[in-house]
Design a protein around this ligand. Structure first.
Ligand code: IMP
Length: 431
């Protein structure tokens, strides 16, 4: 396949960064198409840890073109910081290797202020957002008041629109949210500086991608978050404000549907979620704490401890169906070493009825009881294993069952944090 999308099949944090980084070796262009710096893709390369939030993970491979598509919302200050950080560590030296769509919307300081003030007011009912202003930025995009990178072409016009937005947002912050207003002059100055740094990357990324695909280049679309955080298909309202599945590639990168060859879903060998919302297979107590520590399950964007659960095959089927997955990459299998027995949630039960799919009416997900299947665990250290044949029989059985239940073939298995700690069964770019 020449064009492949990688999407999260759970609640984000599935280890997409590592798989994208691995696949980037075989790609020419790597593209972000939705979300913003609420994403945090963690990669370990030659023992060095990187956390990328806006720049596609391809940035860690010399000579690859990284594209930030129109469907993303980009905090320009955070982007400049990320670029500087990468340059300091000897990456992204050549400016021609990063392309930013002029159609992408900007996340402004007032979006962050609104996000945080709203969450604080919601108290116990808060969504548990990352606080990076993602929802308010997408709101402005939809209500046609957002600022796009395109607007930077004339700073005078940009400043006018920005000041109009700030005065409206400050009214809302003060009168409705009872929060501190933002400082208009400060933001204008920040944006003036940002403009000089980011103009060089701007362009029509849709045309760039169409040309790259026509020229037979390999393009990797890097999804952020996961299907259960999708604004339409996730656990609304405990979701992020964008579509997170493969369908978002077309609108968010400006690529025609027929141009995507296949979708690789990423799932973790167990489940995690940050923030509020239903989590049917959640594990409470000591075992959850053990997995949290073993798996280093603390948010890369916010440092929050992640909630832990068993692998949920009902949600995996939901993700496979929505994305038409060609294959599944299962990460962090090594974290389950020493846990015996292992459980997989195979269905839900609600008032005496068994459900093999999410019951209609998402609120019911709060009430369902997971139906578990138990499988034997293993004790052997698997982190150095590089083929399925080397794995203990019970680990192979666990993988097989996940494949069967999700109706999707396993393409890769992660057995450690490093790029090379991966069993590659089939590489989507090489089929
Ligand atoms: P927002 O995207 O900051 O608005 O947050 C909405 C919900 O999505 C919250 O539950 C966040 O914790 C969650 N979320 C957003 N991005 C990620 C991610 O990359 N990984 C895990 N959870 C995320």
């Amino acid at each position: 396949m020449k064009t492949v999308a990688v999407v999260g099949s759970q609640w984000g944090d599935e280890g997409k960064g590592k798989i994208v980084d691995l696949l980037a070796a075989d790609a020419d262009v790597i593209v972000r198409f939705q979300g913003g710096n609420n994403a945090a893709h963690t990669l370990v390369v030659n023992g060095e840890k990187f956390i990328l939030r806006l720049v596609p993970a391809g940035a860690l491979h010399a000579g690859k073109v990284c594209v930030i598509g129109n469907g993303t919302v980009v905090d320009p200050i955070a982007l400049v910081e990320e670029i500087d950080n990468l340059k300091r560590r000897n990456h992204l030296k050549d400016d021609a290797l990063l392309r930013l769509s002029y159609g992408a919307h900007m996340v402004m300081p007032y979006h962050r202020a609104i996000d945080r003030a709203r969450e604080a007011r919601l108290g116990k009912s808060a969504i548990g957002t990352t606080g990076f202003g993602i929802g308010p930025a997408y709101e402005d995009k939809m209500s046609r008041t957002g600022l796009r990178f395109d607007d930077l072409s004339s700073f005078a016009t940009f400043k006018e629109k920005l000041e109009r937005n700030i005065s409206e947002k400050n009214l809302y912050l003060k009168a409705v949210l009872k929060a501190k207003p933002v400082n208009s002059a400060e933001i204008v100055e920040q944006m003036r500086k940002v403009r000089t740094r980011l103009m060089r990357y701007l362009g029509d990324t849709s045309v760039f991608l169409a040309d790259a695909i026509a020229a037979g280049k390999r393009v990797l679309f890097e999804g952020a978050h996961g299907v259960m955080l999708d604004i339409d298909h996730g656990t609304y309202p405990y979701v992020t404000s964008s579509n997170c599945g493969a369908s978002a590639v077309f609108g968010g990168a400006g690529v025609a549907p027929g141009k995507l060859d296949g979708v690789l879903g990423i799932g973790k060998a167990y489940a995690t979620r940050v923030g509020g919302g239903p989590f049917p297979s959640e594990i409470q107590g000591k075992l959850g704490d053990t997995l949290r520590i073993e798996g280093d399950e603390f948010g890369s964007a916010t440092g929050r401890p992640r909630r832990i659960g068993w692998y949920d095959a009902v949600l995996a089927r939901h993700a496979a169906r929505l994305n038409g997955m060609w294959g599944l990459a299962l990460t962090k299998l090594d974290v389950l070493t020493g846990i015996d027995p292992l459980k997989i949630c195979v269905a839900y039960e609600l008032r005496g009825t068994r459900y093999d799919e999410i019951p209609p009416g998402r609120h019911l997900l709060e009430k369902v009881k997971p139906v578990y299947e138990e499988l034997p665990g293993w004790r052997e250290d698997i982190t150095q294993m590089r083929s399925l044949a080397e794995l203990p029989a019970s680990a192979r059985r666990y993988l097989e069952r996940i494949g069967q239940l999700g109706g999707v073939k396993l393409a890769m298995v992660g057995v450690g944090a490093a790029r090379e700690a991966t069993i590659v069964i089939e590489n989507p770019f090489l089929v």
